[in-house]
Design a protein around this ligand. Structure first.
Ligand code: AHR
Length: 486
């Protein structure tokens, strides 16, 4: 007999804020993310459609310029008149020539247009302490200094006051293949000379572990003075590195396998979090998951170095579950950044010439935006299993939060490829109304294209019945559902 699915919410125990920065994004000089994504190369200006779509989901922060690119990037090449900026070879991503037309001013102006916090990742692998220190001064110093004066000459009078700075990226890999003890010493030097200017207190993020390299995390926590490090990063991609498989045209086994890999994030948050609790019991240091998302084979016929992949209902489930996992660790996870915003990996947006396509992942970020800065509601979910070829997953996954106006946002993922799930929710409070939307489709790999931009988009969900403290509904198979209760 199937287990009845029941969910109990405890809104009175909601004390932890889900930082809006958990809904952050990542944009690298990679493929068509910057050029063709954010930047209209022909007109040398921003893509207004991309800005509008990102504002709709209230993007809270944007990480740049990489990724691996960050440790080969020399910021001085990206300032001053565009025509006199030197070019470079983007050796990490397709060996293409980077003309540096999108640099510091373009990025920070973009963030201002988006109303989002910039997160700049500095070059530790091939840069110098002086270079990074001067970048901070150029961007943040309001007084008279060679770098601040140069910024003014380049057209920006006031500093941008950038708070979030990454000290290297994947320093255990593309960022220099360092050993953790060596990186910890490098971090001490770089972080020391990244100065606070005016009232702007920097939030310095040390390069954290590759997936489950717990030794890296421990070495960093042991060997780095904690006052220098406000955040420690973690990277995990939902992929099978030996056979990534296609982003579309997969079967149920491909669906199941990807969803199963998604839950690895929960284990990583637990175990890195436990180490952090040991060395930082007051939880001052944030766990910053600044790269996450799916990584499939590139679309046939596209440059393998550009990491351009389609985005389906499966990606929507991956996004929904990840966000739930981040919520449930919100006391430690201060920020997360989906890789990567436009045209790369699990993008929220795809461009096809002048056409903009909102992916199923964009829709999840839109449906979930009410969780940003809301209080995480502790919950208990007892649900049936989704079994395939002898392996099991929970059929449902849930998260809930309480806004300042007392309303509750309940988000539900039904992982099961074919079975709807009846669910009874004890809300723990009497609420008067419920409205909802659900994102689903007939085929597991349903996706949006220029020809069919709304092949998958959320539809009103009318099937939830509210009676006092109890909500009953049937969660559609293979879906992400968001319910607002007032
Ligand atoms: O997001 C693509 C790449 O994945 C990033 O540049 C790097 O940090 C990671 O390995």
């Amino acid at each position: 007999m199937n287990t009845p699915n029941t969910l109990s919410l405890h809104p009175d125990e909601a004390v932890t804020t889900i930082s809006r920065h958990i809904y952050g994004h990542f944009s690298e000089h990679l493929g068509r993310c910057i050029y063709g994504g954010f930047w209209n190369t022909e007109r040398a200006t921003f893509r207004e459609d991309v800005i509008a779509a990102l504002k709709e989901i209230r993007i809270p922060n944007l990480r740049w310029p990489g990724g691996c690119f960050a440790d080969e990037y020399h910021w001085r090449d990206g300032i001053g008149p565009r025509t006199s900026r030197p070019s470079m070879v983007n050796t990490n991503w397709g060996g293409v020539t980077e003309n540096n037309h999108f640099g510091t001013h373009e990025f920070l102006d973009l963030c201002e247009r988006l109303g989002t916090e910039p997160y700049i990742c500095g070059n530790v692998g091939s840069g110098t302490v002086q270079e990074l220190a001067e970048w901070v001064e150029y961007v943040n110093f309001d007084g008279i200094s060679p770098r601040a004066d140069e910024r003014r000459t380049n057209g920006r009078k006031k500093p941008w006051n950038v708070k979030y700075w990454g000290v290297g990226n994947e320093s255990w890999g593309c960022g220099g293949h360092m050993r953790p003890e060596f990186y910890a010493d490098e971090f001490r030097r770089y972080a020391t000379y990244c100065r606070n200017y005016g009232g702007n207190r920097l939030y310095k993020i040390a390069c954290g572990a590759n997936v489950d390299d717990y030794k890296w995390t421990e070495a960093l926590l042991k060997n780095t003075p904690h006052h220098l490090m406000q955040g420690l990063s973690l990277h995990y991609y939902t992929t099978n590195w030996t056979d990534k498989g296609p982003a579309t045209s997969f079967d149920e086994a491909g669906w199941f396998d990807t969803l199963q890999r998604t839950f690895k994030m929960g284990e990583l948050l637990e175990r890195h979090g436990a180490l952090m609790d040991h060395y930082d019991p007051q939880r001052k240091i944030g766990l910053i998951v600044d790269e996450w998302g799916t990584w499939f084979n590139v679309e046939p016929g596209t440059n393998p170095g550009f990491l351009y992949q389609q985005n389906t209902l499966r990606d929507a489930l991956v996004a929904g579950i990840h966000l739930h996992l981040f919520h449930s660790h919100a006391e430690r996870v201060h920020m997360a950044n989906l890789a990567q915003t436009v045209n790369v990996l699990q993008a929220v947006l795809l461009t096809d010439g002048p056409t903009l396509i909102k992916t199923p992942t964009w829709h999840v970020f839109e449906m979930y935006k009410g969780h940003q800065d809301a209080q995480n509601i502790p919950l208990h979910l007892a649900c049936g299993e989704y079994t395939l070829e002898g392996k099991t997953l929970p059929a449902l996954h849930a998260s809930a939060s309480k806004s300042t106006d007392g309303s509750i946002l309940l988000t539900l993922c039904n992982l099961h490829a074919s079975d709807a799930q009846p669910l009874t929710v004890n809300l723990g409070a009497v609420l008067a109304s419920v409205t909802g939307r659900t994102l689903t489709a007939d085929a597991l790999d349903t996706h949006n294209t220029a020809a069919h931009p709304n092949a998958i988009a959320p539809q009103p969900f009318e099937g939830a019945i509210l009676s006092g403290k109890t909500l009953t509904l049937t969660v559609p198979a293979r879906s992400v559902t968001a319910l607002t209760l007032k």
